[in-house]
Design a protein around this ligand. Structure first.
Ligand code: LLP
Length: 419
């Protein structure tokens, strides 16, 4: 459920007609709905009602906009961060340091030190040398880092290869068989409080089965670690729940996920940690765009829009599907390929798809663009960096400015030794 609806034939974000935003801010522009964001955050939290001890950390990589983060902070969400930049964003948005979890396969020593200086709640250690480094830095600062060891359960998440993270051949975590010995050694280090384990097997998961298989493996590992004398108080189950991109998609609901987690983990007696991203933010945003031209093609016409792969990279990167709808649909349909202005064929949002009939000058929206949309934008082809707007009922604010191509160019220089 979301709050992007047609009223009098015009697509609205809550009470704001999208043409008003196009007129005032220009296109392309991401538009988020606060009510939708809050609803998803609430639905996910409600789905975990049977879990006695829990902590929810929004995976801010999927939408790190400060306005968005502030909404989630007010809902009681913490943050899962993967860089110093994300860490500072979470704090700037009002998230408490102790509610921040630091994940990521390549944290630098400077980032580990930053996490300690800011007093974050937990480091998710990806391999032994990182744990050793964290221990050394913590000792140097006369502090203790709370940490868990990320394990790789070797489970096929059944998602796109580029966003699958829990197979043995992926770069993430330590092999689950090697985990007990590594955990032993890290636990003996000063400055490090090893308190549990973490996993994350992939994103846009459309079945609970791989998650359940991975959680069961981690449950056995927890028992093994306890048998070896370790105190295990936290298990971080990661994120990964998929969202419907196509009308016919039917991924597991948060309630089904929560029930499965409660069942599988009922005897664990730990604080369970969650890192949802897409399931919270995906449906809360659209990318609003204007049709520039409709050009005849050999197979079907090209609808050339003013958004491009630099604004929404998912179709080019993962062949991802984003629904495309007219802001003022006439009821007529056409078969077309939807493309952006960037000079490569990869800049294609859809091939030969049946869509609302549109003409040059019409507005249209890519749906389900609130997660991994603006955050992955670039300025390729010297295009501006796409702006973001947050709607709240009948008001809205530009929560990220359009950064003009000229501003980007102003940060460059020609060496004076090139004449
Ligand atoms: N925790 C960790 C350690 C992660 O690496 C991720 C996502 C998440 C949580 C959140 O996963 P989610 O709940 O959003 O599935 N750019 C790709 C997705 C990359 C996901 C990376 N890791 C896309 O556009 O599909």
């Amino acid at each position: 459920m979301d709050h992007f609806e047609y009223r009098d034939g015009v697509l609205h974000a809550e009470d704001i007609p999208l043409p008003q935003i196009a007129e005032e801010i220009g296109t392309p522009v991401y538009v988020y709905s606060r009510a939708t964001l809050e609803r998803h955050a609430q639905v996910f939290a409600d789905a975990l009602k049977d879990i006695p001890k829990k902590h929810i950390a929004f995976a801010i990589k999927c939408n790190p906009n400060l306005g968005v983060l502030r909404v989630l902070a007010r809902q009681g969400y913490g943050a899962d961060v993967v860089s110093g930049g994300e860490l500072e964003r979470a704090l700037a948005a009002g998230m408490a340091a102790e509610d921040i979890v630091f994940s990521g396969v390549g944290k630098t020593r400077a980032e580990l030190a930053l996490g300690l200086d800011r007093g974050i709640g937990q480091f998710n250690i990806e391999h032994e040398p990182e744990g050793v480094a964290l221990s050394e830095i913590a000792v140097g600062k006369e502090t203790t880092a709370r940490a868990v060891l990320r394990v790789n359960p070797d489970v096929d998440a059944g998602t796109h290869a580029k966003i699958s993270t829990g197979k043995a051949e992926n770069k993430f975590g330590v092999g689950i068989d090697a985990a007990p010995a590594i955990f032993d050694r890290l636990s003996a280090l000063p400055g490090l409080k090893m308190r549990g384990v973490a996993l994350h097997i992939g994103s846009q998961l459309t079945s609970l089965d791989p998650l359940e298989a991975a959680f069961a493996r981690v449950g056995r590992l927890v028992a093994e670690l306890r048998a070896a004398g370790h105190s295990i108080t936290h298990v971080d189950l990661g994120g990964g729940l998929g969202v419907p991109y196509r009308p016919e998609d039917n991924p597991p609901t948060p309630a089904e996920y929560g029930a499965m987690v409660a069942r599988v983990t009922k005897d664990w007696d730990v604080t369970l940690m969650f890192e949802p991203g897409r399931v919270i933010a995906g449906n809360t945003g659209v990318l609003l765009t204007e049709v520039l031209w409709v050009k005849p093609g050999a197979v079907s016409p090209f609808v050339i829009v003013d958004a491009a792969m630099n604004d929404l990279a998912r179709p080019a990167l993962y062949d991802a599907y984003h629904d495309f709808v007219a802001v003022r649909p006439t009821g007529e349909k056409m078969t077309a390929s939807i493309v952006g202005p960037v000079c490569e064929t990869g800049d294609t949002f859809a091939r030969d798809r049946v869509i609302d009939k549109v003409a040059a000058g019409d507005l249209a929206a890519f749906r389900t663009a609130g997660a991994y949309g603006a955050t992955m934008a670039s300025t390729y082809n010297s295009r501006s960096l796409v702006p973001e707007v947050l709607v709240d009922g009948d008001r809205y604010v530009t929560v990220a400015d359009r950064i003009a191509a000229g501003t980007i160019m102003a940060a460059e220089r020609v060496p004076d030794w090139i004449d």
